[in-house]
Design a protein around this ligand. Structure first.
Ligand code: ADP
Ligand code: MG
Length: 236
């Protein structure tokens, strides 16, 4: 409605896609389950950030999404909370493999995402495992064996573990490519494509990126289906 339009103008949100739902401008109107709302309010947040406000209702419709917003805009919870709700709806056995898979360019970023997933998913009791290079595989494989609803991984290490056949991605139905531009800059495109081949085609795919160069557009065109695009501020 009109209020949604005004909110978008005020926060420089532009959307492209069919029948894009209006932004969820306050936590109270999100309809999030109480155990998730509880954690958000515990964190002391007063309102969704613009990328959250606009990407949540789209992600909750199970649609593919491309979100372009600069660093520090709150993208992590933009995809994690709809991921939690996806998990609650799907009721799968985590010992068969993760339902939510987040790809992230570096160990540091992957670890930060896991910390956020644990913090905001605590009351929902989701399990989350982080896989990254530069550390022994043993403990990561042990954690995987116990089962994880959510796996956050760098493409290199996940690909190694896939080649060892120590994880199955056949249950993944919510795939996030976080910092897609950085992953491509770091040369991870071949690993990303190999990983995505192991994920069922029937899935929701979300791509979060700070910039929108042609390499990122190309991989988005290949991996996402009829995505809604959300840009915050000027995107070239
Ligand atoms: P990005 O991935 O866009 O760089 P992050 O998801 O890392 O941004 O979020 C940046 C910081 O903002 C984090 O410390 C996060 O906890 C905080 N944050 C996220 N959502 C909100 C919110 N709605 N209100 C206030 N702070 C938030
Ligand atoms: Mg981020």
């Amino acid at each position: 409605g009109l209020f949604g339009e005004a909110y978008r103008r005020r926060h420089e949100i532009t959307v492209t896609g069919d029948e894009v739902p209006p932004p969820l401008t306050s936590f109270e109107t999100t309809g999030f389950p109480s155990e998730i709302l509880k954690e958000v309010l515990n964190a002391g947040f007063s309102a969704p950030t613009p990328i959250q406000a606009q990407s949540w209702p789209i992600a909750l419709q199970s649609r593919d999404i491309v979100a372009v917003a600069k660093t520090g805009s709150g993208k992590t919870l933009g995809y994690l909370i709809p991921g939690f709700i996806h998990l609650k709806r799907s009721c799968k056995d985590p010992r068969l493999g993760p339902t939510v898979l987040v790809l992230s360019p570096t160990r540091e970023l992957a670890t930060q995402i896991q910390v956020e997933a644990v913090k905001f998913g605590k009351s929902s009791r989701f399990s989350c495992t982080c896989l990254y290079g530069g550390a022994p595989k043993g403990p990561q494989l042990k954690e995987l064996e116990r089962g994880a609803d959510i796996v956050v991984a760098t493409p290199g290490r996940l690909n190694d573990i896939l080649e060892m056949r120590r994880v199955s991605l056949s249950q993944v139905s919510y795939l996030v490519l976080d910092e897609a531009d950085r992953m491509l800059d770091m040369g991870f495109e071949p690993q990303i494509r190999k990983i995505v081949k192991e994920v069922p085609a029937r899935r929701q795919t979300l791509m979060y990126t700070a910039t929108w160069p042609k390499e990122v557009r190309k991989i988005a065109a290949d991996l996402l289906v009829n995505p809604v695009q959300v840009n915050i501020g000027n995107v070239d």
